[in-house]
Design a protein around this ligand. Structure first.
Ligand SMILES: Nc1nc2c(ncn2[C@@H]2O[C@H](COP(=O)(O)OP(=O)(O)OP(=O)(O)O)[C@@H](O)[C@H]2O)c(=O)[nH]1
Ligand SMILES: [Mg+2]
Length: 302
């Protein structure tokens, strides 16, 4: 009986020891695992902190650019000089005699000037960032065929406060306008087309400025004054000019330009790009144009 008692007691003791040892083994496994998890978490936090610092440094060094955009749509028959004008605006050193007839519609995005620059707190990274507002023109250049003219017309209702440049093709022989040139312009600016233009329901919202442009005025005899050239062109195309004015007056102006001699090219850019600018922006814009004029002048000298 006594033996049974001791036997049961020792068995219970052994069992107790086993449970205690098992428990401590299990606990030591957990501890190792927890320590591993904690060190992994610490690693992850350090990596994230490094990444955040990297982003903050990047945000501090870089600026955010916001564009104020002005659409300029070029209309004009084949050979009237559309692409030459926009190419010179984009890169004043362009050799225009190497420009080929356009085969497809193309948009040119040209940065004109910085309008504003502010430092502001960026809430995401809690650092000061530079915010820049820039004026950019989007010049829509289409090939001179009637089918593209009609396509260009269809895009107008999608634009707001855009500028239109209507170009007339110019061929001069002994101080008179060549018949082929007359025919080409009369067909392009047909009554039908100008009626369609006037019938666009929101046209006065879509278009805020119109510049009737006679490019290639360098082809007139060199002794002619600018006024004399413009007078001849105005009387020749009186009907078309009057029709255009009847749709868009009072926002229409006429300008003679030359991509050969650079005459009035910057004036044309100024007239068409500055439509949506307020007075202070206009001042900055004019300063930049003076700089551009200098570059074009250097090209002429070269
Ligand atoms: N003399 C003279 N030639 C010019 C002037 N502007 C352009 N040209 C030339 O006229 C030709 C036609 O010019 P483009 O700019 O290709 O005319 P475009 O209106 O784009 O013609 P398409 O793309 O065919 O519709 C080119 O050979 C130019 O070198 C200019 O002011 N004076
Ligand atoms: Mg072209």
């Amino acid at each position: 009986m006594q033996t049974d008692y001791y036997y049961t007691l020792s068995l219970l003791m052994a069992l107790f020891m086993l449970v205690v040892s098992l428990f401590s083994v299990r606990n030591s496994g957990n501890k190792e695992r927890y320590e591993k998890e904690i060190s992994q978490l610490k690693d992850m936090i350090t990596k994230k902190e490094k990444m955040l610092k990297h982003f903050k440094d990047y945000a501090k060094k870089t600026s955010i650019i916001e564009y104020k955009r002005q659409d300029i749509v070029l209309f004009g028959p084949r050979w009237s000089g559309k692409t030459s004008i926009v190419a010179l605006w984009e890169k004043p050193w362009t050799v225009i005699t190497k420009i080929e007839s356009s085969t497809a519609w193309k948009n040119y995005y040209i940065d004109i000037c910085k309008l504003k620059e502010n430092k502001m707190m960026c809430p995401t990274f809690e650092v000061e960032r530079v915010f820049i507002e820039k004026l950019q023109v989007i010049v829509h250049d289409w090939p001179g065929e009637d089918q593209y003219r009609d396509e260009a017309l269809k895009t107008l209702p999608r634009l707001n406060n855009s500028s239109i440049i209507f170009l007339f093709e110019l061929k001069i022989k002994n101080g008179t306008i060549d018949d082929k040139s007359l025919k080409l312009n009369n067909e392009y600016y047909s009554k039908y087309f100008l009626k369609q233009l006037g019938d666009v329901p929101t046209i006065n919202k879509n278009v805020s400025k119109v510049i009737i442009t006679f490019n290639k005025i360098d082809l007139f005899p060199s002794e002619w004054t600018y006024e004399k050239k413009m007078e001849l062109l105005r009387t020749t195309y009186e009907e078309q000019i009057d029709r255009i004015k009847s749709i868009f007056a009072p926002v229409v102006i006429e300008l003679g330009t030359s991509s050969r001699t650079n005459e009035n090219l910057i004036r044309l850019l100024a007239e068409s790009a500055s439509v949506g600018l307020n007075a202070s922006e206009q001042r900055i814009f004019n300063d930049t144009l003076e700089e551009k004029k200098g570059k074009i002048y250097e090209r002429k000298q070269a």
